[in-house]
Design a protein around this ligand. Structure first.
Ligand code: ZN
Length: 295
């Protein structure tokens, strides 16, 4: 186990206990989350080391890496995924000039495949061998397992996306430095992460599914994400809600709290969270941040 001594964003050493959460997908173990009161980053600490973490990913339900359609829930999930994938491609096309895209943590490659169909030259990085093999087999994509980005040339990439990936990354500062290096001067970074300031998080507290300990090392607020990228010479261009995430997260949170799915209640909570997100400073359950380099 690794105990985090200082905040990776602002270096603050004064990390205070915030909440205890359970891993509901694999181990049922309890983990602590500490808080940096300066930048509002929450941190899973202590957390499993690199040699221990892989077993917490070994879940039958880790559906972002599979394409099964065995239940109603999986079916809806796949349908929503098709819509959200197309919306992400649209967002990418609207905000970028060049057409060379890297998806960092591309999973089984659905998003990259949609990019390729839209005329992008695509590159993928994915540490899971199983997911990588599926991306290559199903969509004929070029995906590397090399997560340090050393395969890419300086300024080669026009846009990069990390869809719900940054919260899993061990060394945030290293990665963002590497991203800056391979991104062209007019390049853009698309970062999607859960937001612990959202109302669905307030509502479900320790049962909020997006805590997802211990595989989520970091838990971001808007302020924390922007501060982290600013530190490495990026500025925020735009922030966008991910409206479906509140429903999905509420569905899982409801199950974690009461032991069973409750579709109607989850829909109401998800809807309320989006509404409050739209009319308050709390923001949405998950958000997309688009960054560019400082000129
Ligand atoms: Zn901090």
């Amino acid at each position: 186990m690794i105990k985090i001594k200082n905040c990776p964003i602002c270096n603050n050493e004064d990390l205070i206990h915030y909440i205890n959460c359970r891993d509901h997908t694999v181990s049922e173990d309890e983990f602590l989350i500490v808080s940096c009161e300066t930048c509002l980053l929450k941190i899973t600490s202590p957390r499993p080391s690199e040699n221990e973490i892989y077993k917490f990913y070994e879940s039958e339900n880790y559906i972002s890496h599979t394409n099964r359609k065995s239940s109603f829930f999986d079916w809806v999930y796949q349908l929503v995924r098709i819509y959200t994938t197309e919306r992400k491609v649209w967002l990418l096309k609207k905000n970028t000039k060049g057409r060379v895209h890297l998806d960092y943590g591309c999973g089984t490659g659905e998003f990259l495949n949609a990019c390729a169909k839209s005329g992008f030259e695509t590159h993928g990085v994915e540490p899971s061998k199983k997911a990588r093999a599926l991306a290559e087999k199903n969509y004929n994509l070029s995906v590397t397992g090399n997560t340090d980005l050393s395969n890419f040339k300086k300024g080669e990439i026009k846009s990069i996306s990390l869809w719900h990936v940054l919260e899993h990354v061990d060394n945030l500062n290293n990665l963002i430095q590497q991203i800056k290096k391979i991104l062209s001067e007019d390049g853009k970074a698309f970062i999607a992460v859960p937001n612990h300031e959202s109302w669905d998080c307030d509502y479900y507290k320790e049962y909020w599914a997006a805590w997802d300990v211990p595989i989520h090392y970091w838990h971001f607020s808007s302020k924390a994400v922007v501060k982290l990228f600013k530190k490495h010479g990026f500025k925020l261009v735009q922030k966008k809600p991910m409206l479906f995430d509140s429903f999905y997260i509420s569905l899982l949170s409801e199950k974690y709290r009461n032991g069973k799915y409750n579709f109607i209640k989850s829909f109401i909570i998800g809807f309320a969270s989006n509404l409050i997100g739209a009319f308050s400073k709390k923001g949405y359950s998950s958000q997309i941040y688009i960054f560019e380099k400082n000129k």
